[in-house]
Design a protein around this ligand. Structure first.
Ligand code: SAH
Length: 478
């Protein structure tokens, strides 16, 4: 071990930061968070430090560095731009047995400031002994994404009730089980859902119960986004990391499932059009069975769970059965396909609204309000439409949408296999057939789709938009 790790209590202890710029300001802010009494020394201060001084939160020694500044301080951070000056501060500090950090200079320093994940009272600190700050920062990001922000409040709560928990669960094994329940159960879930008062009530109730609290199952309805794992939210990633059981749609990409806890049970409840179909009742039954067995269930759906995902029905079912749940939104196909084909869904000049429409209606497609859908100056994002392009096109044209209206049909949006087909509405069925576009594909129809031609950036671009001249001819002919 090259370095001795330590967590210092600097509450009310004098410390010195030499330097007046941004770096010095960041160091001062961090020291203030730890409750230290911070003095900054520099000939001049940047705006952040000036403000801290004006607020009286930081003391200021104006002028060039002098070794007397080190008197009485516990540690010093040298954050000036001059290496000779930093070296002088370090030498003075070492000779007076102060702990010295010179920013970005492990050779001159006697202590280093680690990359920190702050879930106070929990602190995770990472050091590469100054050899690989980039690696330390990457690791920090990974760990940051693993530890949900509710962990801090949970530990604070546990700290306040520590004595009562110890008294109620004098036996070590029973205390461990209680803490497991605290971390995995409803108290943490309530904190995540921003109900701190309820969370505390649950804790108090559990402590006054005669029997030990039973592991309580829960369901997190998680949107997995359109396919690219990079489009998962941190919250989704955490849910996958904590899951005991994952019920996922067929549309969810294998790369995303790879991010889940290794020993989580994965159950495919596919509903790919044409493929195996799991009835909704079976999905409900599985959710209930696993949640009642005390497991943390993730119900993982493509895109967003509340956009054509029957997430609403699943929540209703869970609520009716008293199962605790959370919902994590995902990036829905319309947003992802628009972004990955360079099509803004709204545009000051061309589209003031967007409609998310499904072509997979419970009833006939004829029941959609085509008059409204065919209106101009709006964008349609049509889900599950690849098998219905004929009728879709026919109805829109019949209800007055211009035959030259541009479309972008995005297949496998956000995945490496993405293909974007562009063209004019009247050519849509024939072009899609010629290029054999398959589900999952999303149709973006409206003036904005013309922008795909120039702004498209991901995957292959197929087809072409009508030339303005031929547009005129078409309009004349129509
Ligand atoms: N809840 C999902 C939609 C489920 S319906 C969401 O919010 O995105 C399934 C339809 O979504 C598909 O038929 C297709 O139209 C669209 N879709 C889902 N993923 C897609 C992708 N990666 N590329 C293009 N369309 C996609």
């Amino acid at each position: 071990m090259q370095l001795y790790p330590l967590f210092a209590d600097l509450t009310d202890r004098p410390v010195l930061v030499v330097g007046g710029g941004d770096v010095a300001a960041r160091k001062a802010a961090m020291l203030l968070r730890a409750g230290a009494r911070v003095t900054v020394g520099a000939p001049m201060l940047g705006p952040e430090l000036r403000e801290l001084v004006q607020q009286g939160r930081v003391a200021y020694r104006a002028g060039a560095y002098q070794s007397e500044w080190l008197a009485g301080v516990w540690l010093v951070i040298a954050a000036t731009r001059s290496r000779p000056l930093n070296a002088r501060i370090a030498a003075d500090g070492h000779s007076q047995q102060r702990l010295v950090n010179v920013v970005d200079d492990p050779v001159l320093s006697s202590f280093q400031v680690p990359a920190v994940i702050d879930r106070s009272p929990l602190l995770v600190a990472i050091s590469s002994s100054g050899t690989a700050p980039v690696l330390a920062r990457r690791l920090r990001e990974r760990i940051e994404s693993l530890l949900d922000p509710a962990l801090g409040p949970l530990l604070q709560l546990a700290q306040r009730y520590r004595a009562r928990i110890r008294a109620r669960h004098a036996d070590l094994a029973s205390r461990r089980r209680f803490y497991d329940w605290l971390h995995d159960g409803p108290v943490r879930a309530l904190l995540r859902a921003s109900h701190p008062v309820h969370a505390e009530q649950q804790l108090v109730a559990a402590l006054s119960q005669r029997h030990e609290p039973k592991a309580q199952g829960s369901v997190v309805l998680v949107g997995a986004g359109p396919g690219d794992p990079g489009l998962l939210t941190l919250r989704a990633l955490r849910a996958l990391n904590e899951a005991d059981v994952i019920l996922h749609d067929a549309l969810v990409d294998a790369q995303i499932l790879d991010l889940a806890r290794r020993d989580a049970v994965q159950i495919a409840v596919g509903k790919r059009s044409g493929g195996v179909h799991t009835p909704q009742e079976t999905i409900h039954a599985l959710l209930l069975e696993h949640a009642r067995a005390g497991r943390r269930v993730v119900r993982l759906k493509g895109g967003d769970p509340f956009v054509f995902g029957r997430g609403g029905e699943e929540l209703e079912f869970l609520r009716a059965h008293g199962i605790v749940y959370e919902v994590v939104p995902g990036i829905t196909a319309a947003l992802a396909c628009a972004a990955f084909s360079g099509v803004p869904l709204t545009h000051r000049d061309h589209a003031q609204s967007v409609r998310l429409v499904t072509a997979q209606c419970q009833h006939a497609l004829t029941e959609l309000n085509w008059g409204e859908l065919a209106q101009e100056r709006q964008t349609l994002a049509v889900y599950m439409g690849v098998n219905k392009l004929d009728e879709l096109t026919r109805q829109l044209l019949a209800h007055g949408r211009a035959p030259t209206t541009p479309f972008a049909l995005v297949e496998n949006g956000s995945l490496p296999s993405q293909r974007t087909l562009v063209g004019a509405l009247h050519d849509l069925p024939s072009l899609a057939a010629r290029h054999a576009i398959r589900a999952p594909a999303l149709l973006i129809l409206g003036e904005v789709a013309a922008l795909a031609d120039a702004s498209h950036w991901h995957g292959e671009l197929l087809g072409a938009l009508p030339h303005p001249a031929s547009t005129a001819t078409l309009a004349d002919a129509a």
